[in-house]
Design a protein around this ligand. Structure first.
Ligand code: HEC
Length: 125
């Protein structure tokens, strides 16, 4: 086997094992986190799905149909949600008549999400 083809093979292996991916799954190696019966389920059902449902999909985002599964099913989506909630960015502030969580609720749901997204598997920084 020539030198060229074996380094090509290494590149292919790195690619297939995901070393080349631009963003790492924030829940890689994490245990499964069901969403049902959690504060996240409650907050999203109450404050988010009027706009983020399969029909409306504001920002191209349907959260309603993701509520049944695990955080791990859509790690990138829920991570984005965790950022939006931590920064009190959603629901949009400039919209009149849209119900927003109070500060305590924002903090409670953010804490729940942070705890899971900050989970570090054994042996990883
Ligand atoms: C009144 C309608 C409305 C409600 C209610 C609403 N959103 Fe949004 N959301 C939008 C719109 C419009 C966008 C796209 C434009 C933007 O980013 O402002 C968006 C975008 C997003 C995004 C994409 C990234 C971002 O921050 O722009 C996330 C994540 C998000 N919403 C999460 C939520 C969550 C979580 C809730 C509930 C706590 C929520 N939204 C409630 C209208 C809404």
């Amino acid at each position: 086997m020539s030198k060229v083809s074996s380094s090509g093979l290494i590149v292919a292996i790195l690619f297939l094992t995901g070393c080349n991916e631009q963003a790492n799954n924030p829940l890689e190696n994490a245990p499964p986190y069901p969403i049902q019966d959690t504060v996240l389920h409650k907050v999203v059902s109450e404050y988010c799905i009027d706009c983020h449902n399969p029909i409306d999909k504001k920002g191209k985002l349907d959260l309603q149909s993701k509520l049944d599964g695990h955080l791990n099913d859509y790690p990138f989506v829920w991570h984005e949600v965790s950022l939006a909630l931590a920064n009190n960015e959603m629901p949009p502030k400039d919209k009149d008549g849209v119900k927003r969580p109070d500060q305590e609720t924002y903090q409670r749901v953010s804490a729940w999400l942070n705890e899971r997204f900050n989970h570090k598997p054994e042996g990883k920084n």
